[in-house]
Design a protein around this ligand. Structure first.
Ligand code: S3P
Length: 175
C-alpha cells in the first residue's frame, strides 16, 4: 500500500506519518525534507530567494522523482500546498496512493502555528493581530479542495497525539 497524508500546515502530517510508518513497518518520506535534500536549501530560503512558483515546480519535480520508483509500503507526507496542484494529484492517483486528509480544526491550527510561524515562509510575515484571520482565510480558500480529494479523512480537534495516531490506525484497520 502507498499512503499520502495531506492537510493544512500544522496538521501533524509528518509526525503522524512517521509514527504510522513505524507501526506498519513502512518507509516514511516527508516531501519537504526531500526538497531540502535535493536543493540543499531550506524551504524558507527557496520561497524567499526563488518565490512560491519556483517552489511549486520543485515540489512537483521531487514528488515525480520520488514516486517513479513504484515503491510499495510507503507513507508520504505532503506539504500543505502540494495537493492543491492538479499535476501532483495526477501523479498520486497514477501510482494508486491512498490520500488521507488530516483535517484539524481551525482554532487548533491557529494554536499550533502561532509558535512556529517564523519557520514557515507563508506565515512569517503575518503580524500577530492578523494571524488568526489569515489562517482562517487561507484555510477557507483550501478546504474544499482538501475535502474533495480525500479517500479518507481524519478529523482532529484537540486530541493528543497518541489518540490521533490510534484513530488513524483504526481508520486503516491497523492495530
Ligand atoms: C506549505 C506548507 C509547508 C511547505 C511550504 C508551503 C503550504 O509544509 O510545503 O511552506 O503551501 O501550505 P507543511 O504543511 O508541512 O508545513
Amino acid at each position: 500500500m502507498r499512503i499520502a497524508l495531506y492537510g493544512f500546515m500544522g496538521a501533524g502530517k509528518s509526525s503522524l506519518g512517521q509514527a504510522l510508518a513505524r507501526r506498519l513497518n513502512y518507509r516514511f518520506v516527508d516531501l519537504d525534507a526531500e526538497i531540502v535534500k535535493y536543493t540543499g536549501k531550506s524551504i524558507y530560503k527557496i520561497f524567499n530567494e526563488e518565490g512560491e512558483i519556483a517552489f511549486r515546480k520543485l515540489e512537483h519535480q521531487v514528488l515525480k522523482e520520488l514516486i517513479k520508483r513504484d515503491e510499495e509500503n510507503l507513507i508520504l507526507s505532503l506539504g500543505g500546498g502540494a495537493i492543491l496542484q492538479p499535476n501532483n494529484r495526477k501523479l498520486l492517483e497514477l501510482k494508486d496512493f491512498l490520500k488521507i486528509y488530516i483535517d484539524v480544526s481551525v482554532p487548533e491550527l491557529i494554536r499550533r502555528l502561532k509558535d512556529e510561524k517564523n519557520e514557515r515562509p507563508l506565515l512569517a510575515h503575518i503580524d500577530n493581530e492578523s494571524f488568526s484571520g489569515f489562517i482562517e482565510a487561507l484555510h477557507n480558500s483550501r478546504k474544499d479542495v482538501y475535502e474533495q480529494h480525500a479517500d479518507m479523512k481524519l478529523r482532529i480537534d484537540k486530541e493528543d497525539f497518541e489518540t490521533a495516531l490510534n484513530r488513524l490506525s483504526l481508520l486503516l484497520n491497523v492495530n
